[in-house]
Design a protein around this ligand. Structure first.
Ligand code: IPE
Ligand code: IPE
Ligand code: MG
Ligand code: MG
Ligand code: MG
Length: 336
């Protein structure tokens, strides 16, 4: 197996185990709530946000145990956003990750509580990074970053814009502008992906290396954050429900403004690729700043990447940055 795949497989296993351990047992009362939370989180999902957090922390040779907790907090938060996004009052979807959505399987009231429970659990878990040795000011910064990313300035705000403009009869001369669409995408999806990288930074060492890396890592995160939702819009049109694990063609059916509806498939794809290039360029700039000693400080798995071939990025990146490049590739070239 190529070293990059080894990196991802190992992280996915660790994320899955830590997520299962972070959730209340299904047999524990109130069982319906707990079963619903486990249904929403476990056994599905690409875990892109968690992987980004781990990759960012590893790029800085950060605190791996803390990063795993932060990664799980991100996935709990993301799962909550999906449960509510699928509810009848929002996107009214019946399929998620190849399974019935939480409100279909457990009822609407439970789905509401499942989302609420996951959100609270995410913050509780994130606060516990102090037990792994992260300084309390860094943990506080992580919590505030996550709160902002999912609040009115982030995910929830973006969802509100989505609801406000979807299906509304836009007169032909005043369609949803590209600026509004981009702002909505950055908020509803980009913000949590950006927070994933930021939480990885919070688990990095409290040194000048972290501060020096932050601007390019943030540029990377902003680019892949927007690209992620553009690709989601493209896949809604291009892929089938079985591959997606969620209902294809939903955006058109609900008259959602998307990159595809505004610009067409080709231009949407072109923009996603341009953002991919931007993300890789930011890693190349970062790579040129990396102190030569950094790879020595990496955990063994990342050191294994030293002998691996470069990713699809044209110029070879330092091994410590290759997982991030691999995730940018996955975000833009994924099929589901
Ligand atoms: C879907 O996110 C919702 C969006 C923000 C577009 P993902 O495509 O990451 O969903 P999972 O976690 O892999 O199911
Ligand atoms: C959802 O966007 C973004 C969230 C905040 C959950 P979509 O509504 O396009 O996500 P999917 O396509 O249902 O996964
Ligand atoms: Mg939606
Ligand atoms: Mg949806
Ligand atoms: Mg979508």
């Amino acid at each position: 197996m190529p070293a990059q795949n080894v990196w991802m497989e190992k992280r996915l296993d660790a994320i899955e185990q830590a997520l299962a351990a972070s959730l209340p047992e299904g047999e524990l009362a109130p069982t319906r709530l707990h079963e619903g939370m486990r249904h929403a989180v476990l056994g599905g999902g690409k875990r892109v946000r968690a992987l980004l957090c781990l990759a960012a922390a590893e790029a800085l040779a950060g605190n791996a145990a803390a990063a795993l907790k932060a990664a799980c907090a991100l996935e709990l938060m993301h799962a909550y956003s999906l449960v509510h996004d699928d509810m009848p009052s929002m996107d009214n979807d019946v399929l998620r990750r190849g399974k019935p959505t939480v409100h279909v399987a457990f009822g609407e009231a439970t789905a509401l509580l499942v989302g609420d429970g996951l959100q609270a659990l995410a913050f509780e878990l994130l606060s516990s990074i102090t037990h792994e040795g992260v300084a309390s000011n860094q943990a506080l910064a992580a919590m505030s970053t996550l709160a902002r990313a999912v609040g009115p300035a982030g995910m929830v705000g973006g969802q509100a814009i989505d609801l406000a403009i979807a299906g509304s009869a836009q007169p032909a001369d005043t369609p949803c502008s590209l600026e509004t669409l981009q702002a909505m995408h950055r908020m509803k999806t980009g913000a949590l992906l950006q927070a994933a990288v930021e939480l990885g930074l919070c688990c990095g060492p409290d040194t000048g290396a972290r501060d020096a890396s932050a601007p390019q890592l943030r540029r990377f995160a902003a680019a892949i954050g927007l690209a992620f939702q553009i690709v989601d819009d493209v896949l809604d049109v291009e892929a089938d429900s079985a591959t997606l694990g969620k209902t294809a063609g939903k955006d058109r059916a609900m008259a959602k403004p998307t990159y595809v509806s505004l610009l067409g498939l080709n231009e949407a794809r072109r923009r996603a690729l341009a953002l991919h290039r931007e993300a890789l360029q930011s890693l190349e700039v970062l790579g040129s700043l990396q102190p030569p000693s950094l790879p020595q400080a990496l955990p063994p798995l990342s050191r294994a990447l030293l002998s691996s071939p470069p990713t699809s990025s044209a110029s070879p990146l330092p091994p410590a940055l290759q997982p991030l490049a691999q995730l940018a590739d996955l975000i833009v070239h994924r099929k589901s």
